[in-house]
Each structure stands twice: as C-alpha cells, then as structure tokens.
Design a protein around this ligand. Structure first.
Ligand SMILES: Nc1ncnc2c1ncn2[C@@H]1O[C@H](COP(=O)(O)OP(=O)(O)O)[C@@H](O)[C@H]1O
Ligand SMILES: [Mg+2]
Length: 402
C-alpha cells in the first residue's frame, strides 16, 4: 500500500543541522547565493566565440564577485564531517527546490551504499521525514524521491575499460552532485560528469555545482586543489575552491574525542599524519620499503644542510633516472664515525612538456644511449638521463623495443 500512496509534504519540517565553522565555510560555497555577500548570481555576456555564439560568465549582481564556486573540494583529515555535510547539502537542496536531480557518487555502488547513502538516509530520518509518506526509496534504481519530485540518484564512477569516455554519463542530466572519496576517481570522470550538471540549473543554482570530498591523497586532486609537487600551495582556478578539514572540525565533541583516540592508535606515522591532521605531504610506503622505520617527524630536519654539510668530506650524488614525474639527484654525505647518512639536497629535473608527447624525440636519444653504453660520460645534457648504464638496460634497450 505504502508504495502506491502519493507522497505528501511534511507539516512541520524540523531541520537540525548545527555546522562547525569549517562546515559552515563549505556550506556557503555550496549555496546558490554569492558566498561573499549572499547576493543573487546572474550571467553576464562576455563576448562571442568563433561561431558567433554568445558566451556568458556568472557573477554576483550585488557585489560584482566573479569567482562563483562551482567545483569545491572539502579535503583533509578523517572524521571532520565532510561526508555528513555532503549529505545535508543534497537533502536540503532537494527540499528547497522541486524537481531537481542531485547525484551522490562514489567509485562503486557497493561502497556508496555502505557509506554516504546510509548517512543520507540517517539525515532524512533525523529531520523527521517518513519513508513512503514524504519520500520513497528505490534500491534497484538507486534513487530516493521526495514528495516534490526532487530526487537523489546514486552513481558509480569507476573507470571501465569498456567505457573510456564515460558515455554512460551521457544520458543523464543532473542539477548538483557530491562525490565522496574523490581520490578513488579519475579526473576525466569528474570533468565528464561536471559537464552533465545542467538540469534546472538556471531555475536553481545558476551555475553547475559539484562537491568533492576526500582524505589527503597524492594524486591529481592534490595537484589541482591543494599543493604542487614541491609542496607549494596552488592557486585554485576560477570557480574552484578548497576547504581543509581536520578531525577537530567535527562539531560533535564526543565523536571527536573517541575518534581522535582511535586515530592516535595508528602506528604508521604517514597514515596518522594523513587521517588525524589532514597532512597532504605524506608518502605512501609498503612493507618492501628499505627505510621502513622512516618517520618524517623524526628524520626530516629543517636547515640540515647548514647544520651538517662538511666541505672536507666527499659529496655523494645519487641519480634516479625517472621520466615521470621527475628525474632526481640526491646529494648526500656520510658521517662514518657516527654512522649517519645525511641527505642534504634533492634536485629534480623535468622534461619539457612537449617532449613527452613526441616519441620520435625519445628514439634517437635512447638509441644513442644504447650505443654509448657505460663509458662515455661526455653526454652531460639532461637527455643523458637515458644513458642508462646498468647491464640489464644495456641488453634490453634497442631501437625497436621502444
Ligand atoms: N554538523 C553535524 N551534526 C551532527 N553530526 C555530525 C555533524 N558533522 C559530522 N557529524 C557526524 O560526525 C561523524 C563523522 O563525520 P563524516 O562526515 O563521516 O566525516 P568525514 O567524511 O570527514 O570523514 C558522522 O557520524 C557524522 O554523522
Ligand atoms: Mg567521509
């Protein structure tokens, strides 16, 4: 019976959401209004493309702000309340606007059902909405439909070899989207999905809006929103924002205390840095790591060169002939008396971007390196990194094996 009954609007909707200051900062970026002044967003004609089609750019009609949030990353430590805020945003937007489509996405439907989908259902229940009275869930279609015909849709975003261009998103149109644990998802999948955010956009948010959440990771998410490979803060592109979270940003004190205690039990320092403090500088290691006990807080020393460099000792250079992301050379000195190895400096070099794209460029130099072998060190330009001298390479590399 319940399944057939027409859904009705709730009488006294009680929305109980007390955000932490960090959650509120993210919340403002997700609303249809200008995050700076609360003004309405409008579209401004900025010119025409080569086919004479008009081109528009969003701006705030009240304060003139042009940096209107569209792609927003809530990232950092676990337990800060990122997924919770994503759920609250999707549900409250569906309640505020009728007939919108809000997508909630993760790499797989299984992981989505076990995590954020549950949080969404918990939020709805907490706010006093009753299943089959105010909303209806269809587990097979992966939808949650409200009385006003707004719907939350589940989506899996894993790369599939049979669908390299994400044609499966092609048939869908949505209004807003929240992607949880975005570090598991490719940049291309995000960009294709972002291009599908156009359903009733003009009547609601005025711009496509997508929220991404993740714990710290070392992939494209970090490079685009947080910091470059040198650890320097990146300037986000126009319309893109990053809001850092730590566990201390969770408004629930009880949760914070117990969860913090649990995270403190983690013995792997890198994981602890990542999950407890939201540190993006960690390096992933496994059991095969030679320096398995390496602990950044102990072994990374500021100003080491000034403290320990000894001009009377030999300077050892360690060359790593990588192509991507960089080639590196370490400068090291050994203090034999105290049994210490100091890594004093790391020098990184990168091929010019257009060189990567040109396989013809690689061939002659690899071939040259092959001919030159181990003996001729006169080739001292950067491409000499292909002058790989190990006997293994010497036997493998040839013109046609590239
Ligand atoms: N504003 C809030 N009000 C009530 N509970 C909250 C709030 N923010 C977070 N929580 C609770 O804190 C816990 C952790 O939040 P979660 O969003 O899962 O963290 P994260 O995704 O950052 O790891 C969840 O159980 C969630 O329900
Ligand atoms: Mg989460």
């Amino acid at each position: 019976m319940g399944k057939l009954r027409k859904l009705i609007a709730p009488d006294n909707l009680h929305i109980d959401f007390s955000p932490s200051p960090k959650q509120y900062e993210l919340w403002k970026l997700l609303q249809p209004e200008c995050p700076l002044c609360g003004g309405f967003i409008q579209q401004q004609l900025i010119g025409h493309d080569q086919n004479n089609n008009p081109q528009y750019k969003p701006f705030c009609g009240k304060c003139g702000n042009h940096n209107i949030p569209q792609l927003i990353l809530g990232g950092g430590a676990a337990g800060g309340g990122k997924s919770y805020l994503a759920s609250v945003w999707l549900v409250s937007s569906c309640i505020r606007f009728g007939e919108i489509r809000a997508v909630v996405a993760r790499k797989t439907l299984k992981s989505l059902k076990e995590s954020t989908w549950n949080t969404i259902r918990m939020v709805i229940k907490r706010w006093g909405l009753v299943e089959d009275v105010h909303y209806r869930v269809n587990n097979i279609a992966g939808t949650l439909r409200f009385w006003n015909d707004s719907v939350i849709l589940m989506l899996d975003m894993a790369d599939q070899p049979s669908d390299p261009n994400f044609e499966r998103f092609g048939s869908m149109e949505a209004t807003i989207c929240a992607v949880d644990e975005v570090s598991e998802i490719s940049q291309k999948a995000i960009e294709v999905l972002f291009s599908r955010l156009r359903w009733r956009t003009h009547e609601t948010f005025m711009v496509s809006k997508m929220l991404l959440t993740t714990n710290p990771t070392t992939n494209w998410v970090r490079g685009r929103f947080v910091q470059d490979d040198n650890g320097d803060r990146v300037t986000c592109r126009e319309g893109e924002f990053y809001v850092p979270f730590s566990v201390f940003d969770n408004p629930d004190i009880g949760f914070r205390q117990t969860y913090e205690a649990a995270l403190n039990k983690i013995s792997d320092q890198a994981t602890k840095e990542r999950l407890l403090y939201g540190n993006w500088d960690f390096v992933e290691a496994n059991d095969m790591a030679i320096y398995g006990k390496f602990d950044g807080s102990k072994h990374l020393i500021t100003g080491l060169k000034e403290k320990v460099y000894d001009p009377t000792r030999p300077l050892i250079t360690v060359w790593d002939f990588n192509v991507a992301p960089q080639m590196s050379v370490l400068l090291a000195q050994v203090d034999y008396e105290n049994k210490k190895l100091y890594i004093i400096e790391e020098i990184l070099a990168q091929l010019q971007r257009n060189m990567y794209a040109n396989p013809l460029f690689f061939k002659p130099y690899l071939f040259l390196a092959f001919c030159v072998g181990t003996t001729d060190f006169s080739i001292r330009r950067w491409w000499c990194s292909f002058d790989c001298v190990s006997s293994k390479w010497y036997g493998v590399v040839s013109e046609d094996s590239i």
